[in-house]
Write a protein that binds this ligand. Structure first.
Ligand code: AMP
Ligand code: GLY
Length: 423
């Protein structure tokens, strides 16, 4: 069959790499893609939220299966657009409906969903401009640090964690009354701070059945030791060593099952990935957030460990018979390190030539922000390349990645040398 992947990051290059290995894949397209996807697929220069252009691309290229990488098209309702459009009705698309995507698109909705289905999460209340004073009073009842979350999508920047009560009140006011995060902060969720170690669990669900994919832990801050500004993610490892059998059972029983059953009970059309951000407090898992897609760079360590044909898994997801496919996972660990442009996540320059890619051995490199210019591969984003390795444990895998990074170069290249430091 012909397959289209929407997106342009390391996540999408990893999907392309994995899908390309499937004997079920005939022609592979990525929209808009990057210099890495260009080498194994056909890039189509259209935006992931231009539904009309996507429809045309599907009809022109006889596409049978669409994998949606980022959240934006899902939150904007691409799955509903497919089911409502006559010519696209028979095209398989992986992702939740618009209502399903609200688990990521609205923090308040996600919290209500968890409350309804008894899924462990931090205590919370939500507020609007009209209830600002009540919000301030609620803050008084909490202990520091204070967690304020913009309800809507805010490009990963909408969560503030503050030590000081006066500052927390001021920020709440800025979010609600001065649109600090635009419309995303018209509603703000204030929640209890949970103290523990984070991990991510990925689930593929067809709306009834589910498969728990390998766990991962990502490193979001720009600086060593998890300091400095938040980024999209500077590296990741899989599996998470502390997520042992007992803990995974708790996650499955207390979180994964109630989540899938909750979606089904609420009649929500959800055939896709659920990325559950968790925190381990004592010995118990709590949900911090849901995302309705795979993570980036988590995908770069999760998919390379999946031995089952990914297209087979995706087809079964669409046809709601996921129970018929056996999920096989590589027992080796994977680690990935992101190479980023100097200055990222703030201002940075693009167009720097990347050299040394041909020297990489015993590792897989996934392109993130790259493009081709005059037959050269150049930087085209903050996160540029992810170097993934597999080995007996994450430390040995990391060693391989770091060894290969020494062969790579672009002007201003930066990366964290301490991925996995806290494990
Ligand atoms: P989110 O966008 O909801 O994933 O939040 C971003 C980050 O803020 C998370 O990865 C956590 O590190 C932190 N965070 C969010 N909620 C809480 C909480 N209730 N307690 C402690 N840390 C939190
Ligand atoms: N790495 C975090 C995310 O994809 O949201």
């Amino acid at each position: 069959m012909n397959i289209l992947i929407l997106g342009s990051g390391g996540r999408e290059h990893t999907f392309a790499y994995k899908i390309k290995q499937s004997h079920r894949c005939n022609k592979l397209f990525v929209a808009p893609g990057n210099a890495g996807t260009e080498q194994i697929a056909t890039n189509i220069p259209i935006s992931v939220t231009d539904f009309e252009a996507i429809k045309q691309c599907i009809l022109d290229n006889d596409i049978n299966l669409v994998v949606v990488g980022p959240e934006d098209p899902l939150v904007q309702g691409i799955v509903d657009y497919f089911s409502e459009t006559k010519e696209l009705k028979n095209v398989m698309i992986i992702g939740p409906s618009k209502v399903g995507a609200l688990l990521e698109g609205s923090k308040q909705r996600a919290k209500e969903f968890m409350k309804t289905h008894n899924i462990p999460t931090a205590g919370y209340q939500s507020f609007t401009k009209e209830t600002l004073e009540k919000g301030k009073q609620f803050l008084e009842t909490l202990k520091p640090p204070y967690v304020l979350k913009a309800d809507g999508l805010a490009a990963g920047k909408g969560v503030l964690i503050l030590q000081n009560i006066e500052e927390a009140k001021q920020e709440l006011e800025k979010m609600l009354c001065e649109a600090k995060f635009g419309e995303a902060s018209n509603t703000v969720v204030i929640e209890e701070f949970l103290d523990g170690i984070e991990l991510s669990v990925f689930v593929l669900t067809d709306g009834k059945n589910y498969k728990i994919l390998p766990t991962a832990k990502d490193y979001k801050r720009i600086g060593e030791g998890d300091t400095g500004l938040n980024t999209g993610g500077m590296g990741a490892v899989s599996p998470v060593p502390f997520a042992d059998k007992d803990f995974m059972q708790k996650i499955e029983h207390q979180i994964v099952k109630p989540t899938v059953n909750g979606l089904s009970k609420e009649n929500i059309d959800y055939k896709g990935f659920v990325f559950i951000g968790l925190i381990k407090v004592g010995n118990n898992p709590f949900v911090i957030e849901y995302n309705v897609r795979m993570g980036d760079p988590e995908t770069e360590v999760v998919l390379p460990r999946i031995k089952t044909d990914l297209v087979e898994l995706l087809e079964a997801t669409f046809h709601q018979n996921l129970e018929t496919v056996n999920l096989e996972v590589d027992t080796r660990a994977a680690a990935t390190v992101m190479l980023v442009s100097g200055g990222y996540p703030e201002a940075y320059e693009k167009g720097k030539e990347i050299t040394g890619i041909e020297k990489v051995e015993d590792a897989i490199f996934f392109h993130a922000g790259t493009t081709t210019k005059n037959n050269k591969i150049v930087t085209n984003g903050g996160r540029v390349l992810a170097i993934t390795s597999l080995d007996k444990d994450f430390k040995s895998a990391l060693e391989k990645s770091y060894k290969n990074i020494e062969k790579l170069h672009f002007n201003t290249m930066y990366y964290r040398t301490d991925i996995g430091f806290d494990l």
